[in-house]
Ligand binder design. Structure first.
Ligand SMILES: Cc1ncc(COP(=O)(O)O)c(C=O)c1O
Length: 435
């Protein structure tokens, strides 16, 4: 049976499973090694020239990580994937593989705070301009694209407001301009909730730290190539042109549709060095085995808590993309095929002080900057993830002083509701009777 013909639930277990294991072990082996012995000097030379595939050094590849990359590739129905040590590193390596000094990318205004910072500060210092669109409509992206634009970047669902990108229409803009569309699909949960390749995206990046790992036990990022972009259109000499680091090798000609991932690995990972450890790749593989089961529970539990809080006396506003009054309700219904989201936002009554009292009174829900964990997480973006942003940027990102982001875990949602009620009472925010 071919992996590509299996359903998502089966692929999340069987893809990449023990292909490299000779002992019969059911568990994928963890290879704690930095380097690999060469069988001869000739073989070593072929590995270094990229004319023979194989392991050289764990900064570039590791058998445990290869299994994990194969599973991700299979889940997305893609041509290849590269695992990195964090989501931020995935974004940096994907973008620097495409754009150089003097070039630009066009990005959505609805971005995770860390991504904003990378775009506004680090990429700018590297000479790559990031043009933030004034809105989320395809026209807002289109008006910023020029001959030096090398990619469009958006999040399938924006962190923290849960605004959904109109991927299909944004992909039309990128196609018209012959540049790839990169989608940060962290909220799409390994392709289970949303697969941007189904809608014309070219590259997916994801913070694997979140739903892919699913237990808050490891950091990771992935870059995935859908395999549909034409790298030979003249705009990407770093992919379709002589590579200085490899004696003039042309990645596009040598590796065809695999060229982008090869470029990210042998240039990006080689030079920036943010490889995952074999143990972390193992944790990702383990997490992936239950991805759909976890996410299904979390999506249902999210609705339960969001419905409880809607109209609650302690709550000013519930912003849940599964409710018809959320601006992205229809887009979420289109792009998120197994339910809205496992994250939603609540604006409490009161002020920043009572909000902080509430957060500190929670006993089960953890006060952390995290999403996609098996523990329910409550985050206060104004004092954490978005603290570095200017007032104007905070406003653009929809972050107010009493806004809380809630990421549902795997607990029974009735216990989380009771936890919220006791915390409302302790914080002095009106609380109706216990459940
Ligand atoms: C949407 C999104 N993209 C990227 C990142 C960065 O990922 P990491 O924390 O794994 O570096 C995050 C982190 O929260 C995120 O939410």
């Amino acid at each position: 049976m071919e992996i590509k013909d299996l359903r998502f639930e089966t692929r999340q277990i069987h893809a990449g499973l023990n292909k490299h294991e000779k002992t019969g072990s059911r568990g994928v082996a963890i290879y704690p090694t930095a380097a690999y012995r060469f069988s001869s000097c000739d073989q070593a030379a072929r590995l270094f020239e990229l004319t023979e595939p194989g392991n050289i050094y764990t900064r570039l590849q590791n058998p445990t990580t290869t299994s994990y990359e194969e599973r991700i590739t299979a889940l997305y129905g893609a041509t290849g994937a590269l695992a990195l040590s964090s989501g931020m590193s995935a974004i940096l390596i994907a973008i620097t593989a495409l754009a150089s000094q003097g070039e630009n990318i066009v990005a959505s205004p609805l971005l995770y705070g860390g991504t904003y910072n990378q775009f506004r500060h680090t990429l700018r210092r590297l000479g790559i301009e990031v043009r933030i669109a004034k809105g989320e409509s395809p026209e807002d992206f289109a008006e910023l694209v020029d001959s030096r634009t090398r990619a469009i970047f958006c999040e399938s669902m924006g962190n923290p407001t849960c605004g959904v990108a109109d991927i299909e229409r944004i992909a039309q803009v990128s196609r018209q301009n012959e540049i790839p569309l990169i989608v940060d699909n962290t909220f799409g949960a390994g392709g289970y909730l949303c697969n941007p390749f189904d809608w014309g995206a070219d590259i997916v990046i994801e913070s694997a730290t979140k739903w892919i790992n699913g237990h808050g036990t490891a950091m990771g990022g992935i870059i995935v190539d859908g395999g549909n972009f034409n790298w030979g259109n003249g705009k990407f000499p770093g992919i379709d042109g002589p590579s200085e680091g490899y004696h003039g090798l042309n990645f596009h000609k040598a590796f065809g549709q695999g060229a982008f991932i090869v470029k990210c690995r042998v240039d990006g990972l080689r030079d920036l060095g943010s490889c995952p450890s074999a143990f972390d790749s193992y944790l990702m593989l383990l997490g992936l085995e239950t991805l759909s089961l976890r996410v299904r529970h979390q999506v249902e539990a999210t609705r339960t808590l969001a419905e409880h809080l809607r109209g609650h006396k302690a709550v000013k506003k519930v912003s849940y993309v599964g409710f018809a009054d959320h601006p992205s309700y229809e887009l979420a219904a289109k792009y998120f095929r197994h339910g809205a989201s496992a994250v939603f936002n609540v604006e409490l009554q009161g002020d920043i002080e009572s909000t902080i009292r509430f957060v500190e009174a929670l006993e089960l829900a953890a006060h952390m900057t995290m999403i996609g964990d098996s523990v329910t997480v409550v985050t206060h973006p104004a004092s954490t993830t978005h603290k570095q942003l200017s007032e104007a940027d905070l406003k653009a990102a929809g972050v107010t002083p009493t806004l809380l982001r809630i990421s549902m875990g795997l607990e029974d949602p009735r216990d989380i509701i009771n936890d919220f009620e006791q915390a409302f009472a302790k914080a002095g925010i009106t609380s109706p009777s216990r459940q």
